[in-house]
Design a protein around this ligand. Structure first.
Ligand code: CU
Length: 447
């Protein structure tokens, strides 16, 4: 039985070795790499990473690799669990429309990476041809409540992160080890939102974490959790305990286990942290159940702290080229949604609900709908001091965002089009006019 990420086949319960037949298909396909970004992935089994394979130590694996007739390239497979030259690579080389078979004995238990090893090897891996095979030790792994499959990998696209459209592979970037994307499970956001991993308080979770590379070493970390146990490098003897961050080499793996003591969102990252927040290496484990306030209180007090007199903070100005201009309101809304996700959703929340006592709602907001020029000013210059929104008072600091006129117009047009707001369209010219009127922040303290 094979599974697609993030699912893992069930534990093996049999107490004896057997012959296992694995059928895997190489398939080239175009799909989403990030919002608005497509990529032509080369896959094992139609997903990146490829299907998860689970066998037992001593099993004899009869491996059938097929290459779909629609492929444009030959492929093969090198499984790090194989003892034998090439890990199966030359025995499994198949042109489009061909299938090949080889057999190996799974001598060594552990968690192993597999990948395509067809020339140019780096390009086949960079396009998504990697996955994991678990060889369970005799007697199996200790029982846990949930198991998940996560594999990191980089993508080397012609355009930088977020540049929309179909993006071709860029060989020079790959040689320079300068990826535009570093992601878990094949795309930015593959483990976010509705696709987040889930668990309940009191459960123990086991993550099978691989790193397909092709180049980068992962500093794998879960924000807000401590790994109770790490099977370092996917081996069976070197079990480390109480680990914050574990290194996963390119072409390597680790098994991490932790018990969940309280509720919330726990964030999977590569702690080489710009990869997480700027290149996509971020995912979520959502834990439900009953919170334990003794383990973690949540925020117990908050107040304003302004040691420098409340001067507005400025986000650094981006030196990336201005995005293509939207041609109509619908395009503004599409582009604005992306600006919102990157700059606004963390505080005002993905559905504009805000956070009680901290960040005002943007949904059905009387403050927003009453005055579009004021709204433009807030986005351009920030906001400090008390404001009343839908009858509730808020007193927090919003930084000036240093967005271009197009982005400001698009994000406001998006917000006005959503959640019961009045549908106002904001144009870049309107933003330019407000900007030209002066760089005063909106400061409710002033009167
Ligand atoms: Cu290949």
């Amino acid at each position: 039985m094979l599974t697609s990420p993030p699912e893992v086949p069930p534990p093996i319960t049999r107490q004896y070795p057997t012959k296992v037949i694995v059928n895997l298909e190489a398939h080239e396909q175009t799909s989403r790499l990030a919002d608005g970004v497509d990529y032509t992935f080369w896959t094992f089994g139609g997903t990146v990473p490829g299907s998860f394979i689970r066998v037992r130590q001593g099993d004899v694996v009869e491996f059938h690799l097929a290459n779909h007739p629609s492929s444009r390239n030959p492929h093969n497979i090198d499984l790090h669990a194989v003892t034998g030259p090439g890990g199966g690579a030359s025995a499994s080389l198949v042109i489009p429309g061909q299938t090949a078979t080889f057999t190996f004995e799974a001598l060594n238990p552990g968690l192993y990476v597999y990948h395509c090893a067809t020339s140019p090897v780096g390009m086949h891996i960079a396009n998504g041809m990697y996955g994991l095979i678990l060889v369970e030790p005799k007697g199996g792994l200790p029982a846990v409540d949930r198991e998940y499959y996560v594999q990191q990998g980089e993508f080397y696209t012609r355009g930088d992160f977020g540049v929309t459209g179909h993006q071709p592979f860029d060989m020079q970037r790959a040689i320079d080890e300068d990826p535009a994307y570093v992601v878990f499970n094949g795309s930015a956001g593959a483990l976010m939102g509705e696709k987040a991993l889930t668990a309940e308080v009191g459960e123990t979770v086991r993550l099978f974490v691989g790193n397909g590379g092709p180049n980068l070493v992962s500093s794998f970390h879960v924000i807000g959790e401590i790994f109770d146990r790490v099977y370092t490098e996917g081996g069976t003897k070197s079990i480390n305990e109480n680990v914050q961050t574990t290194l996963i080499p390119a072409g390597g793996a680790a098994i991490v286990e932790f018990k969940l003591e309280t509720t919330g969102n726990y964030i999977l990252v590569d702690h080489s942290i710009f990869r997480a927040f700027n290149k996509g290496a971020i995912g979520t484990l959502t834990v439900g159940g009953t919170p334990d306030s003794g383990v973690y209180s949540g925020r117990q007090y908050e107040g304003i702290y302004q040691p420098e007199g409340g001067a507005m903070q400025r986000m650094p100005t981006s030196d990336s080229p201005a995005p293509a201009a939207a041609r109509n309101r619908a395009e503004q809304i599409t582009m604005g949604e992306r600006v919102y996700a990157q700059n606004c959703a963390a505080c005002h929340q993905p559905a504009g609900t805000g956070l009680a006592g901290a960040f005002p709602p943007l949904a059905a907001s009387d403050y927003l709908n009453a005055d579009v020029k004021r709204a433009i000013g807030v986005v351009l210059h920030g906001l400090s001091g008390p404001v009343t929104v839908n009858g509730a008072q808020y007193n927090s600091l919003m930084p000036a965002l240093a967005l271009g006129d197009e982005d400001v117009a698009n994000v406001l047009t998006y917000v006005y089009s959503q959640w019961g707001n009045n549908g106002t369209r904001v144009t870049p010219d309107q933003v330019k006019t407000v900007r030209a009127a002066g760089g005063r922040r909106v400061n409710m303290d002033a009167h």
